[in-house]
Design a binder for this molecule. Structure first.
Ligand SMILES: Cc1cc2nc3c(=O)[nH]c(=O)nc-3n(C[C@H](O)[C@H](O)[C@H](O)COP(=O)(O)OP(=O)(O)OC[C@H]3O[C@@H](n4cnc5c(N)ncnc54)[C@H](O)[C@@H]3O)c2cc1C
Length: 406
């Protein structure tokens, strides 16, 4: 029976795995190594309540202060793991730790803007508490010209926060609609209208060529293939790259993330991966899915912990994601890769701001998004998971209880 576990990472997947190991009864040693100098924390509040000032700093942490004693874990904070070989992990403070099993939950790093001036002062990428503090300092006074490059989830949440502080906000994106890659043009249009109603300007189908710095070295504008957009603050939200370097040192197979099976096992015996860094085989989808969402960090952290203890466990949840922007709250459940050419069926009135959109392939729901309607995501997930044969008219009819569609 293994007695020494090491968990690498300072996010939700790592923190969840530690608590799950203890709740499953593991009583051996656990070391947690995290590059950031603080106990593990969650990222969703960073671009929402923490950035706007509605949530305090303490609320972002996964476990309360005193967690080391509560979970009997030895933390190594502010220390990065550099290499894994022969049952030891080398840390960048010159020490190393022996392990029987190791979990790599190293997350992802924002993709930098690959243009001249892309890393100039005044250009923000966004992933950490430090990033949130820096951006809040730039936005909080209001009255600044903020340009968001990218129109994915984080770009739009940051645009909403920037507007909330009374800044002028322009979103520059190469897409035809915000969130087009995740939701398609039609439902992306819902978010476009939402932001436009709050005074955001969209420059769509633009290629960013450079960040201008004028005569100084700070960002003064975003040059696109069509115009120069003046800016005091530039936010880059163009996706994130999984942190796979550590797993590579161990010889684990990598392809768009650390490859793991449905039990979070990498190609190397005794090495597991979870969260944003892992590209997991999804048994229902029958394909790999690197999910970069909060619910996946929790679920994969739990499955990894169980697998490390030699138990049978598989991650087969319907992927789930949420966002909050202005007064819109939304939950998305489903298999985005299957929704690409699906038909969108809407239950309720889109313009009322309260509706459910279903992505339907043949007679099956492959994804669903409830907007400002709550406690229905389990019904939406049931339709997807159980592959319920649906009638589009019934699906669109709010008078028919979702639970009765079987
Ligand atoms: C701003 C923001 C907002 C989000 N909002 C939502 C949302 O609304 N809804 C939703 O579903 N999802 C959201 N997400 C996604 C969700 O937060 C992520 O899926 C989740 O944080 C992934 O957790 P993780 O533990 O895998 O990785 P992370 O949270 O990225 O943690 C990885 C940690 O590992 C550390 N690390 C990396 N390499 C090493 C190393 N070599 N040694 C030691 N430590 C290392 C990093 O410093 C980091 O602390 C958001 C993400 C961000 C960034």
């Amino acid at each position: 029976m293994p007695t020494r576990f090491v968990v690498i990472g300072g996010g939700l997947a790592a923190a969840t795995a530690v608590s799950e190991l203890r709740s499953l009864g593991f009583d051996g040693a656990i070391d947690l190594v995290a590059a950031e100098p603080r106990r593990p924390y969650e990222r969703p509040p960073l671009s929402k309540g923490y950035l706007t000032g509605a949530d305090d700093r303490e609320s972002v942490f996964v476990h309360a202060e005193g967690w080391e004693a509560e979970y009997d874990v030895t933390p190594h904070l502010g220390v990065a793991a550099r290499g894994i070989a022969e049952g030891r992990v080398e840390l960048d403070d010159g020490t190393s730790l022996a392990f029987d099993q190791i979990l790599i939950a190293t997350g992802a790093t924002p993709r930098p803007l690959p243009v001249p001036g892309g890393d100039a002062p005044g250009v923000h990428t966004f992933r950490t508490l430090d990033d949130a503090d820096a951006l809040r300092a730039s936005l909080a006074e209001g009255g600044r010209r903020v340009v968001c490059v990218g129109s994915g989830w984080i770009g739009l949440e940051l645009a909403a926060a920037a507007r909330g502080y009374g800044n002028e906000v322009t979103v520059v994106t190469r897409s035809r609609a915000p969130l087009a890659a995740a939701l398609g043009d039609e439902m992306g249009g819902v978010f476009r209208e939402l932001h436009e109603d709050h005074g955001v300007t969209f420059l769509l189908e633009r290629q960013v060529l450079a960040i201008e710095t004028g005569s100084g070295d700070s960002a003064t504008g975003v040059r696109t293939d069509r115009e120069l957009v003046p800016a005091d603050v530039v936010i880059v939200g163009i996706g994130a790259v999984p942190d796979t370097e550590l797993a590579e040192t161990a010889g684990a197979a990598i392809d768009g993330g650390i490859l793991v099976d449905e039990s979070m096992r990498t190609s190397v015996e005794g090495i597991f991966a979870a969260g944003d860094a892992a590209n997991a085989f999804h048994p229902v989808l029958g394909a790999r899915l690197r999910s970069e969402h909060w619910a996946n960090a929790i679920a994969s952290g739990k499955v990894a912990a169980a697998s490390m203890l030699g138990r049978d466990a598989a991650l087969d949840d319907v992927p789930y994601f949420f966002t909050d922007q202005y007064d819109l709250g939304m939950e998305y459940s489903g298999y985005a890769p299957l929704a690409d050419d699906a038909e969108v069926v809407v239950r309720g009135d889109r313009r009322s701001g309260e509706f459910i959109a279903f992505w339907v392939q043949g007679d099956r729901v492959v994804a669903g998004m409830n907007v400002n309607i709550w406690d229905v995501q389990y019904q939406v997930q049931r339709l997807i998971r159980d592959r319920v044969a649906v009638d589009r008219t019934q699906l669109a009819d709010s008078a028919i209880d979702l639970a009765s569609i079987a």
